[in-house]
Design a binder for this molecule. Structure first.
Ligand code: DGL
Length: 269
C-alpha cells in the first residue's frame, strides 16, 4: 500500500480525459495534474523540443512525493517515452501501447484508423506498436492538427459548425477506408467524441487513449503493491499559463467545481 500521489501531465486540457477515468476506477488515489498551457500545442514540435518540454514537466511533477507518472499525452508518449522511462526510477506509463492493445483486440475486419497530432503520426509509434502486436492488422493514420487548438478554445461541442466542418474533412477518408476501430491517439480528442462518433457512425469503435492508460495504471499499481488505502482521493491542478481559463474549461469537462488551479513557471524546471 502506498498513499503517495500519481503525477499526470499533458500540454493542456487533453490529459483530463485520463484523469476522469483514473478518478472513476481508482477513486482512492491522489492526483497531481500539470497542463503545460504556456506551450500548448505540442503536436507540431520536433522530437528534441518535445523531449526538453517533457523532461521539465516530469521534473516539476517529481518536485512532489509521487509514486508513478502517467504521460497523458499521445505526442510525448510517441516521441519520448523510452528516454523518460530510462531517466526515472518510478513507473512511467504512456498512452500508446494500452490503446493499441485494445484496438487489436476490438477490430473484426483488421482495419484500424488512428488520428493524432502531426508529431505522433510522424513518429510512427502507434503503427509500429500495432504491427508488433499483430502484423496482420492494417493501420490507416491521419494527423488532425486543428483539433487541439479548437478543444483548447472550448470548441468541441456537437453543433459547433467550425469543429464539425474540420472533423468531416479529417475523418471522411478514414470512413471511406472501411475501418471498424478508430484510435483517438491524442488525449484531447475524446473531448470531441460526440462530434467524431456522429461522423464515423455506430459501426466504428472509438478508443480513448487516456482511458486505456488509466486501466494500465490500475494494473501496474496493483502488481507493484502501490495502490492507496481506501479513502477519498484528492486532485490538485497546475498550469503554466492562464490558470483561470484552464479552470473554467476543466470544470466544464470534468463536470465538477475545480479547486484553484495554481500557476507554475515551467521554465524553472
Ligand atoms: N494531448 C496531447 C496528445 O495527446 C497533446 C496535443 C498537443 O498539444 O498538440 O498528443
Amino acid at each position: 500500500m502506498d498513499n503517495r500521489a500519481i503525477g499526470v501531465f499533458d500540454s493542456g486540457l487533453g490529459g483530463l480525459t485520463a484523469v476522469r477515468q483514473i478518478r472513476s476506477i481508482l477513486p482512492s488515489e491522489n492526483i497531481i495534474y500539470f497542463g503545460d498551457t504556456s506551450r500548448v500545442p505540442y503536436g507540431g514540435r520536433s522530437r528534441e523540443i518535445l523531449l526538453k518540454y517533457a523532461r521539465q514537466d516530469v521534473h516539476f511533477l517529481r518536485s512532489f512525493d509521487i509514486k508513478a507518472i502517467v504521460i497523458a499525452c499521445g505526442t510525448v508518449s510517441s516521441n519520448a517515452l523510452t528516454e523518460l522511462q530510462a531517466e526515472n526510477d518510478l513507473p512511467m506509463l504512456g498512452v500508446v501501447e494500452p490503446a493499441c492493445r485494445r484496438a487489436v483486440k476490438m477490430t473484426r475486419n483488421r482495419r484500424v484508423g488512428m488520428i493524432a497530432t502531426a508529431a505522433s503520426v510522424r513518429s510512427g509509434a502507434y503503427a509500429e506498436t500495432i504491427r508488433r502486436l499483430d502484423s496482420g492488422v492494417e493501420v490507416i493514420s491521419k494527423a488532425c492538427p486543428l483539433f487541439v487548438p479548437l478543444v483548447e478554445n472550448g470548441r468541441y461541442q456537437p453543433g459547433d459548425i467550425v469543429v464539425e466542418t474540420v472533423a468531416r474533412e479529417y475523418l471522411e477518408p478514414l470512413k471511406e477506408a472501411g475501418i471498424d476501430v478508430l484510435i483517438l491517439g491524442c488525449t484531447h480528442y475524446p473531448l470531441l467524441t460526440d462530434v467524431i462518433a456522429e461522423i464515423m457512425g455506430p459501426e466504428v469503435e472509438l478508443i480513448d487513449t487516456g482511458a486505456e492508460a488509466a486501466w494500465e495504471l490500475k494494473r501496474t499499481l496493483k502488481a507493484r503493491d502501490l495502490l492507496s488505502e481506501d479513502r477519498e482521493g484528492q486532485a490538485s491542478f497546475y498550469a503554466s499559463d492562464r490558470p483561470d481559463d484552464f479552470s473554467t474549461l476543466a470544470s466544464r469537462f470534468l463536470r465538477q467545481d475545480m479547486p484553484a488551479v495554481r500557476e507554475v513557471d515551467i521554465e524553472r524546471y
